[in-house]
Structures are given as C-alpha cells and as structure tokens.
Design a protein around this ligand. Structure first.
Ligand SMILES: Nc1nc2c(ncn2[C@@H]2O[C@H](COP(=O)(O)OP(=O)(O)O)[C@@H](O)[C@H]2O)c(=O)[nH]1
Ligand SMILES: [Mg+2]
Length: 378
C-alpha cells in the first residue's frame, strides 16, 4: 500500500490584515489541536484536543502571556481569538509555524470544508473595503453565483443552449466590475505642477492626505490612497507634476507619474484656468478637469468645452468629478445589485476565465461548456 502523508497542518490570519479590536487565527489539519495545545494553557486545565467540539476555552498563550479564547468549531479545526493589534496574531502565527504549521490564506480555511466559489468569496470578504462590497460578496458566499451556474448547467443539460448562453453572457458582464470589488480601480491624477492635483485629491478623499503647497514640484512621489466613492472602492494616486526638471528626485517622480498613468484604469488630467494644458496622447481613458475655476471672473464654467470645471479651493465641481469617475468605471445603476437583491456577480479572474471559455465552447458547439462549468464550481 502506498505510504500517504497527510497534508500539512495550516495556519492563517482569518480577519483582515488591519488593526481591529479582535483578530482570529485559524489552524486546520491533522495536527491542529496538538499544535494549539503546544501554545495554549486553558484556565480550566482542559486540553483543546480532548475538549468537545464547539467548546469555547478561555486561557493564556504561553509565549506572550496574552489572555485569549480558543474555539474548536469541528475536529481538526481550531480558531484562536486574540487581541486585534498586528503583534499578537503575528506572535501566535510565528509559534505555530515554528512547531510545524504551514502558512495559508483565509480562502484555504474555507476551501478545506466548502466548495471553491464560497471559498473565494470568503477570502474576498476579508479584503472588502465598503459595506456595498461586503453585501455583494456575502451574497456570493451564500450561493448567488453558484445557483446561477447551476441554472446554466440545467439549461445546457436540457438542450436549451440559447438560454444558457444568455445567462452566461449576463454573468460575464458582471465580471468587468465584479473583479474590482477586491482589487479596486486605479485613478491617477496627473497634470502640470501647481495646478491643484493634490488639492483635488484631498477634496475627493474628504480629508487632507497629501501636501498642498504653492511651489511647483512639491509632490515628488506617487501617493496612492484607498477610498470609496458612492460605495465603490477606488485607489486614488496623486503624482508629481509633469514637467522637465533638473532636480534628480523630482524627475524620478515625473517618471513614476508617467508609469502610474500607464497603469491607470482612468487618468484624471488636471490643468488650471491660468495654466491650460492639453492631456498627453495616452492609451488610457482620460477625464479632463480644469481646476482653479475661482480665478476666472465670472467663475469659469465648461460651456462647450469637453472638460469639467472645479475649484479645489472652494470645492466647486468636485462632486461632479466623483460622479464622472463612478459613471465611467462602476456598473450602470440598472446592473448594480441593490441591497436586497441576491444577484450573481463574477468576482475573480479564475471565475471569469471559466465563463469566457464556456461561452466560447457554446459558440463552437464543441460540448466543452459543461466541463468548464464543472471546473468553475469545484
Ligand atoms: N485659486 C485656487 N488655488 C488653488 C486651487 N487648487 C489648488 N490651489 C492652490 O494651488 C497651489 C498648488 O496646489 P497643489 O494642490 O499643491 O498643486 P499640485 O502641484 O498640482 O499638486 C496651492 O497654493 C493651492 O492652494 C483652486 O481651485 N483655486
Ligand atoms: Mg501635488
């Protein structure tokens, strides 16, 4: 008989990698209870290994002296609920790996007992940045996407190819924005120096994150900040003003700004009423904003110009820039799942790949679509 070694026991931080009141470390696999017992001394004297599943044990983590709670939701699965500061969970994970556990990702904890899409939703949820994203992903965890795929499988199995194709196409459409729920759209703010890029960034963020100064060349590095606009997650990137310069540090910043432009999902090109400048020819979607509208008397407005007028100083027009960012990138209102709607959403590259190939297989009528959907499900 072949000698089968069991897969290694794994450990991961289940909660989001951020400061919070409580963090949860999960340990799962053959030696889960044994490894936790190496570090944990329960107040009652009970071992994790011999306590019944679902029992909650209070006690101390020996190496740090921290008081914490251990729960065993099932055999070979243990959760350690500790202080939410990064040091506490890091020390516990470090001990566990020293004793033989292998680092894992939150989705592995889920995958070890459930199907793949739920595991992906579980992993994605730990990174969700807004209530809207959380709600949408929670629906997928509860089976919205899985049910939709089952429906397509039922159509295909009963020769309703047209229905199957139309359901799949609808799912495919959600992938364009669904994948951005956990890896947000990147908006790069750029333009000449001193036009108010950093001021506009702060206005969009709603707080003063980047330095504003009346001297050109103040912002030298690209600064990326995560934010939410109308419940959608975005990374806003403020960049150094684009100009030729002899300053080595500043010119490195300009290079980085150009790089950021190339990587952006949307470039917001900013110039100013007293410093008009055309956006460069780039192969990225671009929104042109003319700032310092307050310098114009009467205040500058777009009139027939294809650009939005703002005054980052007074806040005029900033709301419209935010609206336009959402309009260009987020799904249209009619495709946005509402609060109560358990709409299926494709939210990973893996899922999108299978759906795309299933669609191709349906068009080619080569019979491979069912297999793609099976792979997507499992
Ligand atoms: N009048 C006016 N001044 C502004 C406006 N926005 C920014 N400024 C000023 O322009 C200068 C440069 O702003 P900053 O945001 O650092 O520009 P950046 O170099 O493009 O990032 C600062 O003195 C700001 O106070 C605006 O809308 N109107
Ligand atoms: Mg700046």
């Amino acid at each position: 008989m072949a000698n089968q070694t069991p897969p290694p026991t794994r450990a991961c931080l289940l909660t989001a990698p951020a400061r919070a009141a409580i963090a949860t470390v999960a340990v799962f696999g053959e030696r889960a209870e044994e490894l936790v017992d190496c570090g944990f001394q329960s107040a009652s004297g009970l071992d994790v290994a011999t306590s019944p599943p679902s029992r909650i044990l209070f006690g101390t983590w020996r190496s740090t002296g921290e008081e914490l709670v251990v729960r065993r939701p099932a055999l070979k699965r243990v959760e350690i609920h500790c202080h939410g500061g990064a040091a506490s969970s890091a020390a516990i994970l470090n001990d566990l790996t020293n004793w033989g556990a292998v680092s894992a990702a939150p989705r592995d904890w889920r995958r070890s007992s459930h199907e793949t899409i739920a595991a992906e939703a579980f992993g994605a949820l730990s990174l969700a940045k807004t209530p809207r994203v959380t709600r949408i992903l929670l629906r997928q965890l509860q089976g919205a996407l899985t049910d939709a795929i089952d429906e397509v499988v039922a159509h295909l199995s009963n020769d309703r190819t047209r229905e199957a194709e139309s359901c799949l196409r609808e799912l495919w459409r959600t992938a364009t924005w669904g994948r951005r729920l956990v890896s947000p759209w990147r908006i790069t703010l750029c333009g000449p120096p001193n036009v108010g890029k950093s001021s506009l960034m702060n206005r969009l963020l709603g707080f003063d994150r980047v330095i504003v100064f009346d001297r050109p060349g103040t912002t030298r590095d690209a600064v990326a900040v995560s934010t939410a606009i109308q419940g959608w997650p975005f990374d806003l990137v403020d960049t150094a003003g684009l100009r030729l310069t002899d300053d080595v540090v500043e010119s490195a910043g300009v290079e980085r700004a150009e790089q950021q432009m190339r990587e952006a999902d949307l470039v917001v090109w900013i110039d100013a009423v007293d410093q008009p400048a055309r956006p460069p020819q780039i192969d990225r979607p671009c929104l042109w904003v003319r700032n310092k509208s307050d310098l114009h008397s009467p205040p500058y407005s777009e009139q027939s110009e294809p650009r939005l007028a703002t005054s980052a100083l007074r806040g005029d027009g900033v709301e419209r820039v935010a609206d336009e960012i959402v309009r260009r990138l987020a799904p249209p209102i009619e495709e946005t799942p509402n609060e109560e709607d358990p709409s299926p959403v494709v939210f990973t590259d893996r899922q999108a790949g299978h759906i795309e190939r299933a669609l191709q297989a349906i068009r080619a009528a080569d019979g491979a679509a069912l297999e793609e959907l099976r792979l997507l499900r499992t």
